[in-house]
Design a binder for this molecule. Structure first.
Ligand SMILES: [Cu+2]
Length: 156
């Protein structure tokens, strides 16, 4: 009985030390999986990932780095209208936000229209590890603003 009890205590101590060794910001810590691997809310990055809202579609043509990572990212989006036609001349803005922490990024992304409905976005700065919602707002001339969001989790 005694040796078994001793073993249990040793195993527990080992598990606890493993738990607290990394990433104090993670809410559910520990284990072999990273916090992001466990997060079921995230989008899985693939080049060309596309989302629709109210007859508008926004395609993430590519991200640099790919998949998105902590710190500075650049992304190219293509905006398509309800008929699948590239939409130029829209006012596009991009806002990163951490829903779990209730804060955005201290760096403002810079959007540059590139034609054929594509908009290059620099300075998408994801300061912390965790889930980030990247909201793309599209204001068409004379139309109502539409928001389409991507969610990426970055480990740190
Ligand atoms: Cu945060």
């Amino acid at each position: 009985m005694q040796p078994a009890a001793l073993f249990t205590v040793a195993a527990l101590a080992l598990a606890l030390s493993g738990c607290s060794s990394e990433d104090p910001g993670a809410s559910s810590g520990g284990g072999r999986q990273t916090a992001c691997e466990k997060d079921t809310r995230k989008d899985i990055y693939v080049a060309g990932l596309s989302k629709q809202n109210a007859g508008l579609s926004v395609k993430l043509v590519e991200s640099t780095p790919a998949p998105p990572a902590k710190l500075t990212n650049a992304m190219t989006f293509q905006v398509l209208d309800g008929a699948g036609k590239p939409l130029d001349g829209a006012t596009v803005s991009v806002v990163p936000f951490m829903p779990d922490h209730g804060h955005g990024s201290q760096v403002a992304p810079v959007v540059t229209p590139k034609g054929n409905g594509t908009y290059e976005v620099a300075n998408i700065y994801l300061a912390m590890a965790g889930l980030w919602r990247i909201t793309v707002s599209v204001q068409t001339p004379g139309g109502a603003p539409q928001e389409i969001a991507f969610q990426f989790c970055v480990d740190g």
